[in-house]
Design a protein around this ligand. Structure first.
Ligand code: GRF
Length: 219
């Protein structure tokens, strides 16, 4: 029996709206030992800092201002036409501050992931650090999940747990979590690059077997 192992680098596109530190972490890792090719960085605003970092690294960039389109559907059509043209096999939402329509999500289902700064299903949406503190949680973290039409609600691949410390504020927590998010995202993307992960009937499969719970990593 011949087993064929793909040695091709996984083609990855990143969608973002701001700083782009997660994108930068992927760019740096790709220059070292993460077997991906960053084929595009796409934003919904021209001044997204992440685009500058990507362009400096030689990654193709483009921005799409939603106000320039008649409606959400035509904005997403333009954005995802560019994503498609980039040849991306995996699309990573990393700080992309827009909820994609069900039509777009369905078209990219299984190839679209998001990094979210909470231990989903806890705290979908915004202000996750403050909400974790208000709720009196003893730990916080981040999740990488497949995107479905439910906001931050798709099947979770991997999570990172971060203990909350006495005296933590939303800012201190966010600051401590961010480098760990980068670790988490790189680990998750590596699983795709190694062609180990698939979404089958809305369930995550790892090495051909359904994942009974998200993979956990510790800060
Ligand atoms: C991260 O906290 C990510 O989890 C969330 O948005 C933030 C983006 O940060 N979805 P950056 O733009 O990657 O620095």
């Amino acid at each position: 029996m011949r087993v064929s192992v793909s040695t091709e680098r996984l083609r990855v596109a990143v969608l973002l709206s701001g700083r782009g530190s997660n994108l930068a972490a992927l760019i740096d890792a790709a220059a070292r030992d993460l077997p991906i090719e960053l084929v595009g960085a796409f934003a919904d605003r021209a001044d997204a800092l992440g685009l500058t970092r990507a362009a400096e690294a030689g990654v193709t960039t483009a921005s799409f201002d939603p106000r320039a389109y008649a409606d959400k559907a035509s904005f997403e059509a333009a954005l995802f036409a560019a994503v498609e043209a980039s040849g991306a096999e995996l699309v990573v939402l990393a700080g992309f501050m827009r909820v994609l329509s069900a039509a777009t999500v369905d078209r990219w289902r299984g190839r679209l992931i998001n990094i979210h700064p909470s231990l989903l299903p806890k705290f979908p949406g915004l202000h996750t650090h403050a909400r974790a503190l208000e709720a009196g949680e003893s730990e916080h973290g981040a999740s990488v999940h497949f995107v479905t039409p439910v906001l931050d609600g798709g099947p979770i691949l991997m999570q990172l747990n971060l203990p909350i410390q006495a005296g933590d504020t939303a800012d201190s927590l966010a600051q401590r979590l961010l480098p760990q998010e980068h670790r988490l995202l790189k680990a998750a993307v590596r699983m795709f690059a190694d062609r180990r992960v698939r979404l089958v009937n809305d369930r995550v499969e790892l090495d051909g077997k359904p994942l009974s719970m998200p993979i956990q990593i510790q800060a």
